[in-house]
Design a binder for this molecule. Structure first.
Ligand SMILES: Cc1cc2nc3c(=O)[nH]c(=O)nc-3n(C[C@H](O)[C@H](O)[C@H](O)COP(=O)(O)OP(=O)(O)OC[C@H]3O[C@@H](n4cnc5c(N)ncnc54)[C@H](O)[C@@H]3O)c2cc1C
Length: 290
């Protein structure tokens, strides 16, 4: 434990994309597989809830001091690329960013990842959330996942052993995704231009000028959550310095100095209004840490 980097009283608003939150009493920064195992065991001994953090683009922290066992993937950034037959395999540790993967697939013109390229994510956060866009989910291109269970045992799971569904994976329950192998193939299409088109669409449709945590609620089987929120009069609805965006009703934005209690009140208001209007219970996509 002595060699593992630790920071105390870390400003959580700097650890998440919506830039709201108090302070973490401790954040650990492992840089190897062995350090992850040691931290999992240590957190059990200390009887603390273990909470991994990627780049926090789907996570919101409450104000005040939070005393959980926070483990950041910031220094888990090793990756390698292997060609086998017709396929390319990118093996990436949890903290490798989607920007890095995007650069690889652009350079080698690989197919399979292009629809996911604009998602602000780490490999770990994306696997856990089964992140997806434009008809592709990361589970579509996963070959295997190396995952630590709560007790610190490492497991190698092949794709067909993992039960993924819409924004859901078994890794949301416990443990730590250490690394994933993505399976891609050379493309005849111009991958760079597809990526460019998706990025342009994102900047047209999403409020990227404000700090945000992406989609607040999951889409329902019948309707996108943004549609339901808009119909419930919540597009642009603001409490204090947090609002549902005018550009995309399902994106909460921090207008400047937003507080967790304002964000929470907005979420509760949305759940109540959509519940009353449509008898639908919205399910949160963002991960709230209190
Ligand atoms: C502008 C914007 C656009 C977005 N667009 C999309 C989109 O198109 N599609 C989409 O699916 N999402 C989207 N998101 C949401 C977000 O980018 C994804 O959910 C992403 O996968 C989160 O990655 P992260 O590294 O930031 O995870 P974090 O927010 O840091 O973590 C998310 C969850 O995963 C857990 N976690 C993180 N790393 C690990 C690990 N190694 N092991 C175990 N648990 C871990 C955390 O504890 C937390 O519960 C968007 C967000 C923003 C801000």
């Amino acid at each position: 434990m002595r060699s593992i980097k630790i920071e105390k009283f870390v400003d959580l608003s700097k650890m998440c994309s919506i830039k709201i939150g108090g302070k973490a009493k401790n954040v650990y920064f492992p840089s190897s597989s062995d350090e992850i195992r040691m931290l999992l065991i240590e957190s059990i001994e200390r009887e603390k809830r273990f909470f991994p953090i990627g780049i926090g683009s789907n996570t919101v922290f409450s104000d005040g001091i939070i005393d959980l066992f926070f483990v950041s993937t910031r220094y888990l950034k090793k990756f390698s690329i292997k060609q086998e037959g017709k396929n390319y395999y990118i093996e990436a540790e949890a903290g490798v960013s989607f920007k890095t993967i995007t650069n690889i697939v652009k350079k080698l013109n690989l197919e399979g990842f292009e629809n996911l390229s604009g998602i602000p994510a780490t490999v770990g956060g994306a696997v856990v959330m089964n992140a997806g866009a434009f008809g592709t989910e990361i589970s579509d291109i996963i070959d295997e996942v190396h995952w630590y269970d709560r007790e610190g045992n490492l497991h190698l799971l092949k794709r067909d052993q993992i039960d993924f569904s819409y924004r859901k994976s078994p890794f949301q329950k416990e443990g730590f995704v250490y690394k994933a192998v993505l399976k891609l193939k050379p493309s005849k299409k111009d991958i760079k231009s597809i990526i460019k088109k998706h990025l342009e669409e994102r900047s047209r449709k999403q409020p990227l000028k404000y700090p945000t945590a992406g989609s607040t609620f999951k889409n329902t089987p019948d309707h996108p959550a943004g549609y339901l929120l808009e119909k419930a009069g919540l597009k642009g609805f603001r409490i204090g310095n947090v609002a549902f965006s005018e550009k995309h009703a399902n994106f909460l934005i921090n207008i400047g100095g937003g507080k967790f209690k304002e964000l929470k009140k907005l979420i509760e208001t949305a759940e109540r209004r959509v519940g009353e209007l449509y008898r639908i219970k919205l399910e949160k996509e963002i991960q709230i840490v209190e």
